[in-house]
Design a protein around this ligand. Structure first.
Ligand code: ZN
Length: 416
């Protein structure tokens, strides 16, 4: 993208935001607020959001998931079948349509997936199956901390269906590992805490929590290097407090706030039994399908990345391998966009890919402004075409962290 042809939504104003992370999100212009708990993504914010979605979806496909799309707008029927129409209470947006039918904006899709497959999946031979979608959900939560808690949010939700507990357990384990792969590749620091007593029901669940300056839960986490143990006030072992020994490894537990970025649930027959989702098994009888569900909050992941990796200069995204979710891979920053340097800048823009790079060609911007804007957006590489180029023909590559090296123009594309 040419800087001269785009409107960025960056801001120099620090504003009155609840914490540093949301201030960075706003200064980088990733989102615009539409009211309490409601945000729209700008072109650059949407690039980050889509990169995160792509990253998550890769692992869902690798786990054998098949993508579906369920309606956000539901009639009350399936929710009355499961018994959750009342359970969600004020957290679910409900209303009557013009015909007087009760409807809601789905806060979750366990009922939806049962409705989708009911009658089509009939035999044990159709199972196991894994379905996922990446779409918005609605919950009338009390809005907090920008992207931390919103009324409309993007979620990757997946549902696995099984005929036996062994099959459910092995899929659950596989998805748990997929979640670890996803968060590790994004370089997110996180812990896993057992959870209970939640609106999903079922027999067991685990939350993935990213330690954050402002979070959604109080966490006691293990301080030992590789250990991922954590507890929250909703955990079965909620009485464990900071200073006590980690039950997994003996390391010391420390207190922090945690942001829930993922949650996985063993649901058993919680939905299939009341909603009549059964399969024929070999002895000629029918059995309730066993289910598990798996959620990742896409906006929350963006927030966690900004919180954990950002600094006073702005956002920062991990930049290795498949984990990069930065809006652009590199900024091309000529000292001046004049005859000599503009030619090299345009060459690099074409060579590195105009869809992957942001070319600072706006003559009204100073070099300092170009550097600051690139850092604010968290673009991993700056390709600086300056005095060194005039003398040696080499350009300077500078990482978001400030490490520099000089390479020839033709080596840039390969290097970044
Ligand atoms: Zn531990």
């Amino acid at each position: 993208m040419r800087r001269s042809e785009t409107t960025l939504f960056t801001s120099r104003e620090t504003g009155k935001h609840e914490n540093d992370a949301i201030q960075r999100v706003f200064r980088a212009g990733l989102v615009r607020q539409f009211g309490s708990g409601l945000y729209g993504f700008t072109p650059l914010g949407e690039r980050v959001r889509q990169n995160v979605i792509d990253h998550v979806e890769r692992e869902m496909r690798a786990a054998g998931g098949r993508r579906v799309s369920l309606p956000q707008l539901n009639y009350s029927g399936i929710w009355e079948e499961s018994g959750r129409w009342e359970d969600f209470g004020g957290e679910m947006f409900t209303f009557e349509n013009r015909d007087g039918k009760r409807m809601c904006l789905a806060p979750s899709h366990e009922e939806g997936i049962v409705h989708l497959v009911r009658g089509a999946i009939r035999s044990y031979e159709d199972l196991p199956a894994l379905y996922y979608q990446i779409d918005v959900k609605h919950r009338d939560d009390h809005a907090r901390g920008g992207l931390l808690r919103t009324k409309e949010f993007t979620m990757k939700d997946a549902y696995s269906l099984h005929v036996s507990t062994d099959s459910l357990d092995s899929y659950y384990h596989r998805m748990r590992e997929a979640y670890i792969t996803i968060f590790d590749a994004l370089d997110i620091d996180f812990v896993i805490a057992e959870a209970e007593d939640n609106l999903m029901g079922g027999t067991a669940s685990e939350e993935f929590l990213a330690p954050a300056e402002t979070g959604t839960a109080d966490v006691r986490r293990c301080s030992a290097g590789e250990c991922r143990f954590g507890v929250t006030d909703e955990s079965p072992r909620s009485t464990l407090s900071a200073g006590e020994a980690c039950p997994d490894c003996g390391g010391e537990l420390v207190a922090s706030e945690g942001l829930e970025i993922g949650h996985i649930f063993k649901l058993g027959s919680r939905y299939s039994e009341p909603m009549g989702l059964t399969v024929d098994v070999t002895d000629g009888t029918q059995r309730d399908v066993l289910m598990a569900s798996y959620g990742i909050g896409i906006d929350r992941l963006i927030y966690a990345l900004v919180d954990q990796h950002g600094d006073e200069d702005g956002c920062c995204w991990s930049a290795d391998g498949s984990g990069t979710v930065a809006p652009y891979a590199a900024s091309i920053i000529p000292l001046q966009y004049d005859d000599e340097l503009a030619g090299v800048a345009d060459y690099l823009y074409a060579d590195c890919g105009s869809g992957r790079t942001l070319l600072f060609d706006d003559p009204d911007q100073s070099i300092g402004e170009r550097f600051a804007e690139s850092d604010l957006l968290g673009i991993p590489w700056k390709i600086v075409i300056g005095n060194e180029f005039r003398e040696t023909g080499e350009v300077e590559l500078e990482t978001r962290g400030g490490e520099t090296e000089y390479v020839t123009v033709d080596d840039v594309s390969e290097r970044i």
